[in-house]
Design a protein. Sequence first.
Length: 227
Amino acid sequence: MLNTMLKRLLGAMIFAGTLSVAPVAAVADADGAQDPIVALFTKLFHTEKAGVSAMSDGQIQRLASLPSAKSRSNEALSYDENWLAMQPKPKGGKEWQCLTEALYFEARGESLKGQFAVAEVIMNRVDHARFPNSVCGVVNQGTGKKFQCQFTYTCDGRAEVVNEPAAFERVGKVAQAMIDGAPRPLTNGATHYHTTAVRPKWAKRFENTAKIGVHRFYRMPVRVSSN
């Protein structure tokens, strides 16, 4: 932790121009022993100095102004193909994998906006008290009970095989943006959806919040206490 903090501090001081890249003398105490913190800082300084010296001015400028991965994912989000094409190939963890698979098997044929809308429902459930508090928990809720799961592809008896890698990468970018905190304005807080080909019983009791592509979206009614 200390190593990381010192490196961040040193980097910030170098880029801010408050620290010269001249050699730093080690500081010793009254007995001539070098302070271990200063020794560590000095070592880190020379390591950072060597790295910075090997970079061009242009590289340093780009590094200093580079936004975080989260801000890049959500910058000027407009649900269009140009935005999607500019996103880097995602390299997410388990939660990203679960969301990507859900989007692939549930919405890969939908428009970009439609895919984001389905992702919103999953993320809204993660935040809702009546559902699991993780993406994988939401996606796999009820899995193992045929046709009693929340997302049909997880319990329809068919193996989940990705046959369209380009489509998987596409929805993977959508999943990455949502996990990174993209806004959710499309479905107005929806926690459920169904295709226009069916009409489940619960749809009569839930508020219809949006229709995007072949999906209709609904928000679960709020339970009112009798007290």
